[in-house]
Structure formats: structure tokens, C-alpha cells
Design a protein around this ligand. Structure first.
Ligand code: ATP
Ligand code: MG
Length: 399
């Protein structure tokens, strides 16, 4: 069977050909092949080969200081792009459910595909578009089934992250998890607790953006799998959380997270603790907390809207509110949207007579608020006049 190749594949075919010319085997594999077969958009290309990273270095320009080498992965710089190329390997015994103890390279494509998580992710494609499917992946793609390669129980005890990955693919592809795989996932789900949170976060983020996130989360809750997720003990009504989540129309990762965290109904210190439990980036924490401040505010005034700032539209997209139109209009009509739009600065105040000192920040902030509330026009003259008129400032101004 052959498939029509997307431009991303066409761009990378010379890499496969170059490896072949040098006497190696090379294939596309994983998500890109799966998604091409499903006619879904492809976002990255995974390549697998029997050339070792050292051998690849002799053939290609490779990225400096790349640390993947000992895992059998090399970053090859080709035609203006970086490609991650992984050497065929058999994963060693798993010590801690996290990382393979050691990797053993192999010359066998079949062995490399056998260590992959699900049959739909274990299909390889060569430079001519020919498919290599040793584990029934094509059949499962047709049926819409996620099935472990080999014995599910063994595969999940090697790496429990695969349990969450099964649900992540169910959510993204609207697939069913095969009965055996689902039973093993349920039985071993508490192994998720020892998986590095960063890995959990990545998979769960993808799950939240999936078109079937709602049914997937319900199922995970019903099977008591969600109780192994970070921060779950902080949630007072987990059923409500996992039963009410719906993927937003704009399913960007941060918008999905805002909606999900909103549904936890957490606030204050507990909310911060919950977000920290997920080990998310400070930027995402800020995005979520700023957006929730707006979503949870029944009647935001102009200063609340200003404070939401660049996060305003995230909040609007994450949670529909009945006064949405009115809020957008109010937000867009704010006289300023950021500090640097204020038509006055500390130097202007000093020139107008203010004695330099710590009061400057406070006075500027008060002026900014007056502008935001529409009490003063945002022009240098009006702002200086306002500053000089304010009796409380008199002590700070040179006579
Ligand atoms: P995406 O489209 O999100 O990139 P993907 O299937 O390519 O999905 P990746 O995380 O990029 O997923 O992994 C690439 C491939 O590596 C997978 O398709 C699978 O064959 C293999 N793989 C990834 N993680 C694991 C794992 N934990 N256990 C076994 N195989 C894995
Ligand atoms: Mg991928």
C-alpha cells in the first residue's frame, strides 16, 4: 500500500535517500505516518534508521551540543530544518517506569517497531511511500482502535506514561482503546504517580485539546484513573470537573488549560498549589491566573479589564459569558492597554517640579488609573495639570 505524500515528507525524503546511499535503512515512523494515513494534518516528522548517531555525524551536519546521542537520537540539520532521527533500538529493562535503563541498538526495523507504544504508532514508511506494518496498525487505524504493541500489561509496566498516551490518542483521534489495553491501563493506572510530572503534563495538554476530550475524561474518571493526576487531592468535586470539561472552539493548549482549571473551582493558595503540582511554566501559570481573575469577576470594571491585559482574549475564548460582547467593546475602548501608552513618565513629572524619590511610581500609577477610568485625558498637558492640581502632591513639588 502506498499513500500520497505531504510536503513535509517530500522535504525529508532526501535524508532517507542519503542514508540509503550510505548503506543504511531509513524510514518515516510514528505520528507523521499515522496522521498521513488518517488524512490528518502532520506537524512533525520522526525518522528512524539503523545508522548510529556517530555514523550519522559522518554523513550529515548535526546540531552542536545535542544531548540525545546516548539515547540513540541525533538532531540532523538538513535544508534549513532540524530533524530528530532515532537509531533502531530495543529498549532495555525499565528501572523506574520512567527511563529505559539502557538502549541497545538493533539492525532490525521490526524490533524497533516492537518497542513502540501502540500499533497505530508502529507503522514505518520508506522513501518510496511503502508501508511496513508488522503489528496490525493499519487494521487498527481502520477500526479506530488503540492497542498496545504486544502484551499491554507488560508494556504499561515498562513505562506507565503509555497509559496516559492511550487516552491522549483516544481524545485526539476519537478512537476506542481496545478492551485488553483498557483493562491493563486501569489496573496499572497508579503507576502514573511515579512518572515525571513534565511528561504527564505534555500528554495531558494534548488530551485536553483533543476533539473527544469530554468523553475521554469521563471515561478516565469512571475508571478512577484521574485520581492519579497531579494535584487531584486538592479538588473537592472531581466528578464535576471531569464530567463538565468540553474542548473550547479554539482548542489551543493554553485556552484548554484555562477552561480546565476554571472547572476545578480552586482559588487563592490552593489554586497556586494546584498549578505548581502540574509543574507548568510560569508563563502558563500567569495566563491561567490572569484569565481566571476575569472569568470569576461578575462585573469587571475598566481597571480589571486593563489588568487582564494581553490575557483578555484568552479568558474570552476559554469561557463564554453572557456579557461577552459588552466586555469586548469596553476592553477595546480602554484609553490605554499598557503602561508604555501613558503619555507621561517620571521625567515629565520631575520637569514639572516633582522632587525625585520613591513617590514617583505611586503618582504615575494614580495618574494611569485616572486615565483608565476616563477621569483624565491621556495627554501630557492634561496629566501634568492633573498632577499639579492634586493637593496631595503639593508637598512633593518644588515651590
Ligand atoms: P504527535 O503527533 O503528538 O507527535 P506521536 O505519535 O508522534 O504523536 P511522539 O511523542 O512524538 O508521538 O512519539 C513519536 C513516536 O515514538 C510514537 O509514535 C511512538 O512510536 C514512539 N513513542 C513515543 N513515546 C513512547 C513511549 N512512551 N513508549 C513507546 N513508544 C513511544
Ligand atoms: Mg511526533
Amino acid at each position: 500500500m502506498k499513500i500520497e505524500l505531504d510536503q513535509l515528507f517530500l522535504d525529508a525524503i532526501p535524508i532517507l535517500k542519503t542514508l540509503e546511499k550510505n548503506g543504511f535503512q531509513a524510514f518515516f515512523v510514528g505520528g507523521s505516518v499515522r496522521d498521513a494515513l488518517l488524512k490528518r494534518p502532520i506537524h512533525d516528522i520522526d525518522i528512524t534508521t539503523d545508522a548510529t548517531p556517530r555514523q550519522m555525524k559522518d554523513i550529515f551536519e548535526t546540531a552542536d551540543n545535542y544531548s540525545g546521542e546516548k539515547h540513540g537520537t541525533d538532531l540532523v540539520f538538513f535544508s534549513g530544518k532540524n530533524y530528530e532521527i532515532t537509531t533502531f533500538r530495543i529498549d532495555g529493562k525499565y528501572k523506574d517506569d520512567r527511563h529505559p535503563d539502557h538502549v541497545t541498538f538493533t539492525k532490525s526495523l521490526r524490533e524497533d517497531l516492537a518497542r513502540r507504544d501502540f500499533t497505530i504508532n508502529a507503522i514505518a514508511m520508506d522513501s518510496e511511500g511503502r508501508l511496513f506494518d508488522y503489528f496490525g496498525g493499519l487494521d487498527d487505524l481502520k477500526k479506530g482502535v488503540i492497542r498496545s504493541v504486544g502484551m499491554a500489561k507488560k508494556r504499561f509496566s515498562e513505562d506507565a506514561l503509555r497509559i496516559l498516551r492511550a487516552f491522549r490518542f483516544a481524545s485526539q483521534l476519537d478512537f476506542k482503546i481496545s478492551p485488553n489495553t483498557l483493562t491493563a491501563a486501569t489496573e496499572l493506572s497508579n503507576h502514573l504517580r511515579i512518572i515525571a510530572t513534565e511528561r504527564i503534563f505534555t500528554e495531558f495538554s494534548k488530551l485536553l485539546t483533543g476533539s473527544s476530550a469530554d468523553t475521554t475524561l469521563k471515561k478516565m474518571y469512571d475508571l478512577s484513573i484521574t485520581k492519579n493526576l497531579p494535584g487531584n487531592d486538592l479538588i473537592s468535586d472531581p466528578r464535576k470537573l471531569f464530567y463538565s470539561y468540553r474542548v473550547p472552539k479554539e482548542a489551543e493548549e493554553n485556552i484548554c488549560w484555562i477552561r480546565f482549571v476554571y472547572l476545578t473551582q480552586l482559588s487563592g493558595n490552593e489554586l497556586m498549589l494546584y498549578l505548581k503540582n502540574w509543574k507548568m511554566s510560569n508563563e502558563l501559570i500567569k495566563t491561567i491566573t490572569k484569565s481566571l481573575a476575569l472569568i470569576n469577576n461578575p462585573k469587571p470594571d475598566p481597571l480589571d479589564l486593563y489588568n487582564c491585559g494581553q490575557y483578555f482574549y484568552f479568558a474570552i475564548k476559554a469561557w463564554h459569558r453572557s456579557d461577552e460582547k459588552e466586555l469586548i467593546e469596553k476592553f477595546e475602548n480602554l484609553p490605554i492597554h499598557s503602561n508604555d501608552q501613558l503619555k507621561i513618565n517620571g521625567n515629565d513629572l520631575i520637569k514639572a517640579g516633582l522632587i525625585p524619590g520613591p513617590k514617583i511610581g505611586k503618582i504615575l500609577n494614580e495618574l494611569k488609573q485616572k486615565v483608565i477610568y476616563g477621569r483624565v485625558e491621556n495627554s501630557r498637558e492634561s496629566l501634568i495639570k492633573e498632577f499639579l492640581n492634586d493637593n496631595r502632591n503639593l508637598g512633593s513639588v518644588k515651590k
